[in-house]
Design a protein around this ligand. Structure first.
Ligand code: S3P
Length: 172
């Protein structure tokens, strides 16, 4: 089996569902944010603060490039902004089956409130920020994904099971 890649907005459940999928299938689990933090020896918020967002985006692309040759049979959860670059969308699809985990603004807001670890959400008026980013990103998530799944009010194992059954239809 090739890789299963989970994309979607911050708080959509990529990491939780990814962990669950890896447990159920015995596949390895890899989270791009965790990998970047480990490699840089810095938290994401510190990378943004010290070097800025474009630097972080370059780290993401560089990691995806390397994963083309060193990652297989893995469940991969990627940072919410990863699919925004055209090159990243190509790289994601060449890694395997790309699944867009969709969540409503209400669900997202409930999950990301009071979370100081996500620099894209720092500042005033969280709701407006989330709304704007979701609007800007929606079409690109769809473009990157082989299929999408709604996650609102569904448990993590439920979503994980559906990811697997849908992915099988794509030959995974
Ligand atoms: C980001 C999402 C974060 C992380 C960084 C930027 C984004 O990952 O990569 O803070 O631009 O949406 P999660 O989606 O795992 O929160």
């Amino acid at each position: 089996m090739q890789n299963l890649i989970l994309i979607g907005f911050m708080g959509a459940g990529k990491t939780s569902v990814g962990n669950c999928l890896a447990c159920e299938t015995g596949m390895d689990f890899l989270d791009t944010d965790e990998r970047i933090v480990a490699e840089q020896g810095m938290e994401i918020s510190a990378i943004f603060e010290k070097y800025g967002e474009p630097y972080f985006r370059d780290l993401e692309t560089d990691l995806l490039e390397r994963m083309q040759t060193d990652t297989e049979n893995s469940v991969i959860s990627v940072g919410g902004g990863m699919p925004m670059r055209e090159r990243n969308r190509e790289l994601l699809r060449s890694l395997g089956c790309v699944v867009y985990l969709v969540a409503s603004k209400k669900t997202i807001l409930g999950r990301v409130q009071n979370d100081g670890t996500r620099p894209m959400l720092n500042g005033e008026d969280l709701e407006k920020r989330v709304e704007r980013l979701m609007r800007e990103r929606e079409a690109l998530y769809r473009e990157a994904a082989h299929f999408r799944l709604q996650t609102d009010e569904r448990s993590i194992p439920e979503v994980a099971r559906e990811v697997l059954s849908e992915a099988r239809k794509f030959g995974y």
